[in-house]
Design a protein around this ligand. Structure first.
Ligand SMILES: *Cc1c(COP(=O)(O)O)cnc(C)c1O
Length: 461
C-alpha cells in the first residue's frame, strides 16, 4: 500500500481550524443555517464509494460551518459551557493522533501516567483528602453515575448486601436525599442504576436554590436504612452552593454517604478567595466535576473523585483473562471508570493544568465570577431589567419587568441578533434568562457589548 497522505486532510483541517479560531471573536454566536439548509448541505444518499480524504474534510468544513455554534467563544453565555484553551485544544488533537485506548496501562502507558498525575494534581488543587482516587469520565452525568454507583454499592455492602451479584433484587431500600434544586443528571443516574427516582427524598431549597440544613435534618430523621445524601456545589441556574460542610457532618452522623455534584461549582475550591463558599467539601465521600466546563478543556471530559479508593476500584473494576492487568503499581484506568475502551481524555486535562498552573486556574475562576458581577451591576441599571439571584459565582439570572412573555420575547430577539447567546429557564416560578460566564476568553469588552445587546433587545435603544 502507498504511504497515506496525512498532510492533505490534516493540512485542510489545520487551515480551517486556524481560520475558525481567529474568526471566533467576531463570528455571529448562534448558528446561521436552518435545519432544512443543514439537511440539504449535509444529508444526501449513502456515498457509493471512496472519496479523497482531503476533499471529504474540505467539504465537511464548508457544509457544517453555518451550523456551528460559536459556543467556545467569549460571548456564549448559554447553559454552563466552557471553551478550549490553546494548550488543551492542542493536546486534544494529539490525543486523536495517538489514538490510545486509555482503559489499560499496557495499551497506553503515557496516558496512564498522565491521568495518574493530573488526578493527583486536581486532588491537591481542590483540597480533597490525600489519596482520593480520580476517574476520567465523559462528563458530569457519568461522574454522578459513577459516584452514585460506588455509593449504592458501599451503603448496601455495609448492611451485608452483595450488590455486584444480587443487584437490587430484594435489597434493603436505598434512600437518596437530595435538594430540590439538584441537577437532572442525579435523577437520570438513579434511573440507570435501577435505584429509581422514587427513592429520592427531596429536601426543600431556599430562595437561592440551596438545600436547607433543617430540611436535611428532617429528611434524615424521617427514615432509616442505607442512605446517600447528594449535595450540590453550583446550582445550574443561580450558581448557589449548598452548605456542604454542615451537610457532610449531619449526614455522616447518620452513617450516610455524601456525594457532591460539583460539575462547575467545585472549581471554586481552586480559588483561595472563593474556597469559603465550599468550606467542608473535603469531608464528602465522592465528588463529580467537569473539566469541559470551567477548566475549558474540549468536550468529553468529566471527573469523578472518591475518598475511598478501594471502594472506587471495587465498584468499577473488571477482570478478564484476555486483558493484561497491571501487575505492579501502574494504574489501569478501567478500574476507576464505567467505560472499557475509551479515549485518553487525560492528556487535555493535563495540558490545561500545566498551562494555567495553580494561580492561573484560580484566576480563571475568579475572573469569570468578577465578570458575572459586572453583568449584574450593569444590568441592574438597565430600565426594566431585574437581577433575580445573589451572584455568588459565575451565574446571573435576569428577567424583564413586563412579565414572562416579555422575558421570553426579549431572549428570542437576543438569541437571533448574534452578538451573544444565552438560554432561558424558569426560576422560582417566573421566566428568566440565564447568563453563565464560563469561558476563559471572555473579557470586560464582551460583557459590555452583551449588556448593550440586552439593552437594545429589551428597550429598542
Ligand atoms: C452540567 C452539569 C451536570 C452535567 O454535566 P455534563 O457534563 O453535561 O454531563 C451535572 N450537574 C451540574 C450541576 C451541572 O452544571
Amino acid at each position: 500500500m502507498d504511504r497515506p497522505d496525512w498532510k492533505g486532510p490534516l493540512g485542510v483541517a489545520f487551515e480551517h481550524a486556524i481560520a475558525y479560531l481567529q474568526g471566533l471573536p467576531e463570528r455571529p454566536v448562534a448558528a446561521r443555517a436552518s435545519l432544512a439548509e443543514l439537511r440539504a448541505a449535509l444529508g444526501g444518499p449513502l456515498p457509493p464509494g471512496p472519496q479523497a480524504p482531503e476533499r471529504v474534510v474540505a467539504e465537511l468544513a464548508a457544509a457544517a460551518g453555518p451550523g456551528v455554534v460559536a459556543s467556545s467563544g467569549g460571548r456564549y453565555f448559554g447553559f454552563v459551557v466552557g471553551g478550549a484553551t490553546p494548550a488543551a485544544l492542542a493536546a486534544d488533537w494529539l490525543t486523536s493522533v495517538w489514538d490510545q485506548n486509555a482503559g489499560l496501562y499496557v495499551l497506553g502507558p503515557a496516558a496512564g501516567v498522565v491521568e495518574e498525575t493530573a488526578g493527583a494534581w486536581l486532588v491537591e488543587l481542590l483540597g480533597l483528602p490525600a489519596g482520593t482516587s480520580a476517574g476520567f469520565v465523559t462528563g458530569g452525568q457519568m461522574a454522578n453515575f459513577t459516584g452514585l454507583e460506588i455509593a449504592v454499592r458501599d451503603v448496601l455492602g455495609r448492611t451485608g448486601w452483595d450488590f455486584d451479584t444480587a443487584g437490587l433484587w430484594g435489597a434493603p431500600r436505598v434512600r437518596v436525599i437530595a435538594g430540590e434544586g439538584r441537577h437532572g443528571t442525579i435523577d437520570r443516574a438513579l434511573r440507570f442504576l435501577g435505584v429509581g427516582t422514587g427513592s429520592i427524598v427531596a429536601v426543600p431549597a431556599d430562595e437561592q436554590g440551596r438545600m436547607t440544613v433543617a430540611g436535611l435534618a428532617g429528611a434524615l430523621a424521617g427514615g432509616d436504612g442505607p442512605t446517600i445524601v447528594c449535595a450540590q456545589a453550583g446550582n445550574v441556574n443561580s450558581g448557589a452552593v449548598d452548605p456542604i460542610g454542615e451537610i457532610c457532618d449531619l449526614a455522616h452522623r447518620s452513617g450516610a454517604w455524601v456525594h457532591v455534584d460539583g460539575a462547575f461549582g467545585l472549581w471554586a475550591a481552586a480559588s483561595p478567595r472563593l474556597r469559603p463558599l465550599v468550606a467542608g467539601v473535603e469531608r464528602a465521600d465522592s465528588w463529580a466535576m467537569d473539566a469541559h466546563k470551567w477548566l475549558n478543556v474540549p468536550y468529553d471530559s468529566g471527573l469523578v473523585f472518591c475518598a475511598h479508593p478501594a471502594a472506587h476500584r471495587a465498584a468499577m473494576g473488571v477482570r478478564a483473562s484476555y486483558l493484561v492487568h497491571a501487575a505492579g503499581d501502574e494504574r489501569d484506568a478501567l478500574d476507576y471508570n464505567p467505560e472499557h475502551s475509551r479515549r485518553a481524555r487525560g492528556f487535555a486535562v493535563y495540558a490545561a493544568i500545566r498551562a494555567l498552573g495553580r494561580t492561573g486556574i484560580a484566576e480563571l475562576v475568579e475572573r469569570s465570577c468578577a465578570l458575572a458581577r459586572r453583568f449584574a451591576d450593569q444590568l441592574a441599571a438597565v430600565p426594566g431589567v431585574e437581577v433575580l439571584n445573589e451572584v455568588v459565582l459565575n451565574q446571573v439570572l435576569i428577567r424583564f419587568d413586563q412579565g414572562d412573555a416579555h422575558t421570553r420575547q426579549v431572549l428570542d430577539r437576543l438569541q437571533r441578533e448574534g452578538t451573544c447567546w444565552m438560554s432561558g429557564t424558569t426560576w422560582n416560578g417566573t421566566a428568566a434568562v440565564r447568563i453563565s460566564v464560563s469561558n476563559w476568553s471572555t473579557d470586560e469588552d464582551d460583557v459590555d457589548r452583551t449588556v448593550a445587546a440586552i439593552r437594545r433587545a429589551a428597550t429598542g435603544r
